[in-house]
Design a protein around this ligand. Structure first.
Ligand SMILES: *[C@@H]1O[C@H](CO)[C@@H](O)[C@H](O)[C@H]1NC(C)=O
Ligand SMILES: *[C@@H]1O[C@H](CO)[C@@H](O)[C@H](O)[C@H]1NC(C)=O
Ligand SMILES: *[C@@H]1O[C@H](CO)[C@@H](O)[C@H](O)[C@H]1NC(C)=O
Ligand SMILES: *[C@@H]1O[C@H](CO)[C@@H](O)[C@H](O)[C@H]1NC(C)=O
Ligand SMILES: *[C@@H]1O[C@H](CO)[C@@H](O)[C@H](O)[C@H]1NC(C)=O
Ligand SMILES: *[C@@H]1O[C@H](CO)[C@@H](O)[C@H](O)[C@H]1NC(C)=O
Ligand SMILES: *[C@@H]1O[C@H](CO)[C@@H](O)[C@H](O)[C@H]1NC(C)=O
Ligand SMILES: *[C@@H]1O[C@H](CO)[C@@H](O)[C@H](O)[C@H]1NC(C)=O
Ligand SMILES: *[C@@H]1O[C@H](CO)[C@@H](O)[C@H](O)[C@H]1NC(C)=O
Length: 375
């Protein structure tokens, strides 16, 4: 055993200066990715005559062997993280050849778990929370990617710089500020080892369980009619559609101050509207409260038909009388202003509307005329 180690050391020393691409040897496969505990086998072939070949490795080394052109390094189950196997060949009068094999020993995480940091129970809209993903016993960590999913969408990715061949425990943190649309959303984290482009080198990803949670938020009342006109005695449906978590408790207050308590799950209420006024719906849960008002105008139906026509006639009559009076007044003023303008301006330019509007304008025009007289 000691001799073997010494030989290995010797071989290593010799090789530092000689390892070159022009060595007449081939490694197949030149790179392997193997799961910790799994078997592995690498074939080393020497193309020229040699005095012996072998394998240096921390597990199952193969001592110098003459008379063979290829030699396998085989391990039943690989249990050395830093295995670093090398094939060597000795030649007469030529320096020794040494070829490294790239071996990546990996371990998919033993467990991937997700939790809140310092929090239990429902979340409140707008507050910030930290989700933590814990990945246990993974190697090599530099090839690990932790992806955060919200539903099927990747919301963040954590990479792990640095280098370690042996397994480590790592974690990733996701900051979330949930809103009402996140109520019941599912979060999970997925640990993936990316061990090269070839598909067989990428071991399956390990997922955490999905975490979903309720999001609490204060009530919001949907927009609706602001003014409603109803016939007296008929029923009116007042909508108070509220969104909130936990389900808000809500009530209608009538203009007389009567409060109608409704069950928390009920969305709208049918009331008998017998007095005009402002009805108020208020909704609340432990996070806040809000109100919306509906103005109801109760119309006495029986009277309307009979009342509208005489009122309309009366209105037209008054309008007509006013119109006649207005015309009369216009005419009188016009003749007065015409006299004023005789020796000053063109009568066509006299603004009728000024004269009829108010006294202030009249006096202003008068003073203008006076000024012109002085010129
Ligand atoms: C290692 O290999 C032996 C047989 O060669 C087997 O019995 C054992 O279960 C293996 N160990 C692991 C961890 O796979
Ligand atoms: C090793 O490779 C040589 C050619 O390079 C081939 O002849 C031989 O069969 C291989 N051995 C194994 C066990 O694959
Ligand atoms: C979580 O709570 C522990 C103990 O209460 C405290 O030491 C730690 O700093 C907290 N972590 C954060 C991120 O607030
Ligand atoms: C990882 O965590 C597990 C469980 O806490 C522990 O048994 C193990 O020793 C840890 N591994 C490392 C490399 O710290
Ligand atoms: C996503 O990760 C980056 C880098 O780690 C970090 O700066 C960012 O805050 C993260 N985003 C969220 C939403 O956690
Ligand atoms: C809720 O949060 C998402 C992102 O998580 C954002 O896209 C959306 O606009 C937010 N909705 C509201 C109502 O704030
Ligand atoms: C592991 O990650 C390192 C650094 O990102 C990369 O250079 C290397 O190719 C990866 N290993 C494999 C086997 O893909
Ligand atoms: C209540 O909602 C129904 C249907 O959405 C609608 O027909 C009705 O006009 C609404 N009533 C009020 C008072 O908003
Ligand atoms: C109110 O009604 C809307 C749609 O009509 C529904 O989506 C909502 O869940 C209802 N809210 C409650 C508290 O029943």
């Amino acid at each position: 055993m000691k001799f073997k180690k010494l030989l290995g050391f010797f071989v290593l020393l010799l090789c530092v200066s000689v390892e070159a691409d022009d060595c007449p040897m081939k490694i197949d496969p030149p790179a392997v990715v193997v799961k910790y505990g799994d078997p592995v086998s690498v074939n080393c072939t020497v193309f020229t005559e040699h005095v012996g070949m072998g394998w240096v490795a921390k597990q199952n080394p193969v001592p110098n062997q003459p008379g063979v052109q290829f030699l396998l390094w085989t391990v039943e189950n690989l249990t050395v993280w830093d295995i670093n196997p090398q094939c060597f060949a000795n030649f007469k009068g030529v320096p020794q050849c040494l070829r490294k094999v790239s071996v990546t020993v990996y371990n998919t995480p033993d467990s991937v778990s997700i939790r809140f940091e310092n929090h239990t129970g429902p979340l409140v809209e707008g507050r910030q929370y930290r989700l933590v993903c814990e990945v246990q016993n993974v190697a090599p960590v530099q090839n690990l990617t932790v992806k955060w999913y919200k539903g099927t969408e990747v919301v963040n990715i954590t990479l792990y710089p640095g280098e370690s061949k042996t397994p480590v425990n790592v974690s990733s943190t996701l900051l979330i500020t949930p809103n009402r649309t996140d109520d019941g959303a599912q979060y999970k984290c997925v640990a993936e080892l990316q061990l090269g482009s070839e598909r067989e080198w990428s071991p399956p990803a390990v997922e955490s369980e999905a975490l979903s949670f309720p999001v609490h938020y204060p009530p919001v009342i949907s927009e609706g009619d602001k003014n409603v006109i109803v016939d007296q005695g008929s029923m009116v449906s007042l909508n108070c559609t509220v969104q909130g978590n936990p389900s808000p408790l809500f009530q209608w207050t009538s203009p007389s101050g009567n409060v109608d308590f409704l069950t928390p799950k009920k969305n709208n209420s049918i009331i008998s509207a017998d007095s005009s006024g402002v009805y108020t719906c208020s909704a609340s849960n432990y996070l806040g409260s809000t109100t919306r008002t509906v103005s109801i105008t109760v119309v006495k139906k029986d009277y309307t038909i009979f009342a509208v026509i005489p009122v309309a006639i009366l209105f037209l009559l008054i309008a007509f009388i006013l119109f006649l009076m207005k015309r009369k007044r216009q005419y009188g003023n016009y003749s007065v202003s015409k006299r004023h303008s005789e020796h000053t301006v063109n009568p066509n330019s006299i603004p009728m509307q000024c004269l009829i509007s108010n006294g202030a304008h009249q006096s202003l025009q008068k003073s203008t005329a006076d000024t012109e007289d002085q010129d």
